[in-house]
Design a protein around this ligand. Structure first.
Ligand code: ADP
Ligand code: MG
Length: 419
């Protein structure tokens, strides 16, 4: 489980930390930086996939030229906060803390390289490029190599207790492959790699969900591809199917009774809804909202789903009167399974209806007036937030821009006090 993510000089954040729970909700005005947080998660996910920095940022293409990984928005020029030399990302994975600082290699070709990196288990270092004696063992930018010090190696005598890795790829995915690294350390690094690798970024596109799928494709694509075969796999288990049909029935007045999965002559599987009156409606004719909801259902109820799911603008396409349903489903599923959801939303209704746990994991992203960087604050920690939530509902505080107003006060004061 991911517990937190810290962004230093990443896009429009100077140094901010997002608290991450089973279900994390991010609110904030347009262009405040919500999607930039998603980009930070994607950066770390790219590390988990074993990519080099150039690939993470710029994208990776398969042998046939097809895109295997889309780079980070803003790519090379704009992922570091403007006028800063480097960015730092830090993530809590279970009891581990993984930190990486990345900057441009100005001496050579301007390519990204790792400047500093560490992996800790609670307070114990598994490796780090920084010794207790400063950056003695950190090679200078331009050397193209990095030393990862293991354990407590902190003196010159222990200098042989290191592994040398390339600086153009995160040390985490190289360290774990070095023969000289102990099994204990290797398996710890692997746990973190798994935690980072186990993230999905769903950007659902109803058009893609309508397309037929080839049998065997049981993992939903990031745009909702393969929905028919993913659903079909879930429906093979009668209990799961029952649950799924119950939820979708709640959403749609058209009363879905069952699904059918006809195969066309080319072997592709189509999705057809069977309504209560025995009428058949193909996925081509189904509504966008139904399809989006269905795709989220397959993720949340699917047997193989685990890890962290990032849904952009979860309320998109779902009627306000039905958003509680989605909320309830996510709150329920994230509370009991190894699945985490992070979402951005502009929906006041969703905020009003969320339970206490979700409230504790709701953060606001805000750009204060005259500042070009943004801050991230847990909503529950704003003065009187709990009280006002009870009396007025959180949604009203969102639509009335109360969150931003309060932040302008409290953060403005904090800034004055610092001076
Ligand atoms: N490298 C950067 N340095 C500073 N600000 C940046 C940088 N890259 C993007 N931004 C800011 O981030 C904003 C976009 O944030 P985004 O996360 O897409 O907003 P939203 O909250 O709507 O999802 C841009 O308008 C820009 O102001
Ligand atoms: Mg956005």
């Amino acid at each position: 489980m991911i517990t937190s993510i810290r962004l230093e000089n990443f896009k429009n954040f100077a140094d901010e930390t997002l608290r991450v729970g089973p279900f994390t909700v991010i609110v904030g005005a347009n262009a405040s930086g919500k999607s930039n947080i998603r980009d930070a998660f994607r950066f770390l996910h790219g590390i988990g996939r074993g990519y080099t920095l150039a690939e993470i940022v710029g994208g990776k293409y398969g042998a046939g030229g097809q895109i295997e990984w889309a780079g980070i928005r803003g790519a090379v020029d704009e992922i570091i906060r403007f006028n800063q030399p480097s960015l730092l990302l830090q993530i809590g994975v279970e009891d581990f803390t993984y930190t990486i600082r990345v900057g441009r290699d100005e001496v050579r070709d301007g390519a990204f390289q790792v400047i500093e990196e560490s992996l800790k288990l609670s307070a114990n270092r598994i490796y780090s490029t920084q010794s207790e004696r400063g950056d003695l063992y950190t090679l200078q930018p331009g050397d193209g190599e990095l030393l990862l010090l293991r354990d407590r190696a902190s003196s010159l005598e222990e200098i042989n207790n290191y592994v040398k890795v390339r600086a153009d790829q995160p040390g985490l995915t190289q360290f774990q492959q070095k023969e000289s690294v102990s099994d204990k350390h290797r398996s710890r690094a692997e746990l973190v790699i798994q935690g980072l690798g186990n993230m999905r970024f769903l950007d659902l596109n109803p058009q893609r969900m309508r397309e037929p799928a080839f049998p065997g494709q049981t993992v939903l694509g990031d745009h909702g591809e393969h929905l028919p075969t993913v659903l079909q796999a879930i429906c093979e288990d009668p209990e799961r199917k029952e649950t799924l049909v119950e939820w979708i029935r709640e959403l749609t007045p058209m009363d879905v009774r069952d699904f059918e999965f006809p195969t066309d002559p080319s072997g592709r599987v189509h999705l057809v809804f069977l309504e209560a009156n025995d009428r058949r409606v193909s996925a081509y004719a189904a509504s966008d909202g139904t399809l989006r909801f269905l795709a989220m259902l397959t993720v949340l109820l699917g047997p193989d789903s685990n890890g962290l799911y990032f849904f952009e603008e979860i309320d998109n396409g779902i009627h306000p009167a039905r958003q509680w349903l989605l909320l309830e489903l996510i709150e329920k599923q994230t509370a009991k399974r190894g699945i985490q959801v992070v979402t951005t939303t502009h929906s006041p209704d969703l905020l009003t209806m969320m339970n206490d746990d979700t409230f504790q994991n709701t953060s606001v992203v805000c750009r204060l007036e005259d500042a070009d960087n943004a801050i991230i604050r847990p909503v529950a920690e704003l003065p009187r937030a709990g009280e006002l939530r009870k009396s007025q509902g959180l949604g009203r505080l969102l639509s009335g821009a109360w969150l931003e107003t309060v932040l302008a006060f409290t953060e403005g004061d904090a800034a004055e006090e610092r001076q």
